[in-house]
Write a protein that binds this ligand. Structure first.
Ligand code: PMP
Length: 326
């Protein structure tokens, strides 16, 4: 779908997957004016195909696009575009009822970019919105084993007034060097702290964090500079339904270290569309390490199960989260 100020959104079409021909002076290549989303389509046992809370992705893209001075695509049009592609590509939504099929799904990537051809810093007057799809298996090669985290003290992800809450490529570009640092230190993922004080836990490169306490309370960093994960919001609701008190607040790195050392924190997990829910193992930084559970804890396992059961149609969708496509 294309956008210009005169015509609005127009020229919606579905084409076979193929390379794009892009003018070297397309604004996105120089000024990174773009936003994207990540979501999945799931096949249920009766063959039907569903997506998970697509209006939330649509609304988040609208917020991201506003921040990036891109035009807003109406959430209903966003959902319709994703549905239209899945309908055409439905044979690629994996069958999860086959023995050993696991939690496979069709990953969907809607994205919007400044396609106007000009050099100069101003919002583009020609914008393109596209959706691509690809079958997805497990996010981490080791399955649902704990991920180890590296605390970066050199790099931050987002400052006040910045783009931290937007899903835009620039945020990921700025996280790559920190993620490289994590890998070089033998860890799976990087943990970012706030840019202001360098004390408060924000999120991982591509996931939100939860800290389960001995008394069942669950703490997750408050929104503002983090990406407002749709899995994050869903887990808050699920955990509350399961009887947990969930606190969204600032959570310092000292609280993490001390909580694990004293046994006050019993489980830590991370969540996101791609990885669903993943237990967190050790946290390492320059000069130290706190260990954490070698396997997924009880709460982590229960939350994960409750969520995937709704997504794959094995449990009743009491929140009305699933959207039928086929
Ligand atoms: N934080 C970041 C930085 C992410 O890239 C993602 C993945 N989109 C998340 C959190 C989790 O968000 P969601 O649950 O919507 O996938």
């Amino acid at each position: 779908v294309e956008w210009t100020p005169e015509a609005g959104w127009h020229d919606a079409r579905i084409e076979p997957y193929a390379p794009l021909s892009i003018d070297p002076a397309s604004a996105v290549l120089h000024y990174a004016q773009e936003t994207f989303e990540g979501m999945k389509a799931y096949r249920h046992a009766d063959g039907s195909v569903w997506s998970f809370r697509p209006e939330e992705n649509a609304k988040r893209m609208a917020r991201s696009s506003h921040r990036l001075a891109l035009p807003v695509l109406d959430p209903a049009d966003f959902v319709q575009a994703v549905d239209a592609l899945v309908e055409v590509d439905q044979r690629w939504v994996p069958d999860t009822t086959a023995p050993g099929a696991g939690e496979k799904s069709l990953y969907l990537r809607p994205f919007m970019f400044a396609s106007e051809v000009f050099l100069g810093v101003r919002p583009a007057q020609h914008v393109t919105f596209m959706v691509i799809a690809s079958p997805a298996g497990a996010y981490f090669k080791g399955g649902v084993k704990p991920v180890s985290l590296w605390l970066t003290e050199e790099y931050t992800r987002a400052g006040r007034g910045g783009m931290g809450a937007a899903k835009t490529g620039g945020n990921y570009a700025s996280s790559l060097v920190a993620q490289q640092e994590a890998i070089a230190q033998g860890c799976d993922q990087v943990v970012f702290l706030d840019a202001q004080e360098g004390r408060y836990v924000e999120e991982l490169g591509g996931m939100n964090l939860y800290f389960v306490h001995r008394d069942g309370r669950i703490v997750t960093p408050a929104t503002g500079t983090i990406l407002e994960g749709i899995t994050r919001a869903s887990i808050i609701e699920l955990a509350r339904e399961m009887g947990h008190v969930v606190e969204e607040r600032r959570f310092s790195i000292d609280e993490w270290r001390e909580g694990v050392a004293s046994g006050e924190i019993t489980e830590i997990f991370a969540c996101g569309t791609a990885a669903v829910v993943t237990p967190v193992g050790a946290l390492k930084w320059d000069g130290g390490e706190v260990p954490c559970a070698a396997e997924a804890g009880e709460v982590t396992t229960a939350v994960r199960q409750a969520l995937v059961d709704v997504q794959f149609g094995r449990a009743e969708d009491t929140f009305g989260w699933m959207h039928r496509i086929v």
